[in-house]
Design a protein around this ligand. Sequence first.
Ligand SMILES: *Cc1c(COP(=O)(O)O)cnc(C)c1O
Length: 358
Amino acid sequence: MTSSSKQVHNFSAGPSILAASAFEKSIQDIQNFAGTGLSVLEVSHRGKEFQAVMDQAHALVKELLGLNDEWDVLFLQGGASTQFYQIPMNFLRTKAAYLNTGVWAKKSLAEAKAYGSVDVVASSADSNFNHIPAVYSVPSDADYFHCTSNNTIYGTQMHSFIDSPVPMICDMSSDIFSRPVDISKFSMIYAGAQKNMGPAGVTLVAIRKSMYEQVADRHVPTMLRYSVHAENGSMFNTPPVFPILVSKYNLEWVKEMGGLEAMAQRNQAKADLLYSAIDASPVFKGTAELDSRSQMNVCFVPQEENPELEARFMAACKEAGISGIKGHRSVGGFRASLYNALPIESVQALVQVIQSFS
Ligand SMILES: *Cc1c(COP(=O)(O)O)cnc(C)c1O
C-alpha cells in the first residue's frame, strides 16, 4: 500500500504485501473499533468486541485450511523461530527426523538437537539448496518428521508431501494460504504471519489434538504448552491483538477472492509469467531446479557474474516503482516474492524491466 501517487510494486519477501482492504479496515478500527468509540489498541482483549475478532480469525483459518474438529488453531507469539524450539521441547522424546532444505530448516533442526537426536533424512546443502530432495525415507521410530514447505530464501517449494509414518510437522511460513494442501497428511503446521497471512507479531499454529498425548516427559513452561493455549482460545495471556485483527481482514479477502483454489490459480499465473520471462532472457537465469521452483519466491541472477549489470537492473527496477527485489545474501542476485496479495500487474511491470535487458 502507498499514499504517494506513483504506484509501488511490492515484491518484499517479508514482512510483505497484504490486501489493501485489510489496511483500510484496520485503520478504521484504530480510530473507532466496532462502534466502541475507542481504538482497538486500547480496549480489553476479553471484551466481546475483540472476542468476536478472535473467533472469526480462528474460524477463517479452519475454513480456509479445511480443518475439522480434530484440530486446534492457535495464535501465538515469538514468530516461526520460537516454534523451532517449542516443537522439540514438546514432542521430541528420543529422535526426530528433519528434511534440510534451507536456512530455516537448518535453524529448526539445530534447535531440536538440544532435546534429542536428530536424523537428517535428506539435505540439499551441497548444491546451495537449489532443489528439494526427491528420495528419502522417514524412520518409523522417530517422534515426528519436520519439513519446510517453501524455502523463502532459495525459492524452492515442496510440490508434494510424503505419507509420513510418524506425525508430520511443517513450517509453512511462506506459502500458507497460497494453495490447497492435503491437511490429512499433517499433524501440525505453523507459520509466522508476516509472509502471507498478516503483519509480523503473530504466529499461526494448527495442531491435531492428538498431539497433546505425545508430549515429552520434561518440564515445559506453561507459556510453551500448546494445550494451554488451546484451552484458553489463544488468550492464555494478552494476545497480539492488532496483528490478529489485520490477519483476519487479510484472510477475509482471501475468502472473498475464492479461497485457496483461487489463490493457487492466481499465484500460478504470476509465477508462470515471471519464470517464462527469466527463461527467455539472454542475460538472467533462475537459480532453483525446474521441478523445485517456488510459486512464492522467484530467485534469479545474471547468467554470468556481473555486478555492473546487477546495479543497472536494480536502478531500472527502482525507476519502474519495483520494491523489495534484492536477493538474499545467501543466493545473491534478485528475488521476487509473489505472495497472494501481489497483483499480476506488478509481475507485468517486472517482466517489462527484465525484457528491457537483452
Ligand atoms: C521467515 C521465515 C521464518 C522465520 O520467521 P519468524 O517469524 O521471523 O521467526 C521461518 N521459516 C520460514 C520458512 C520463513 O520464511
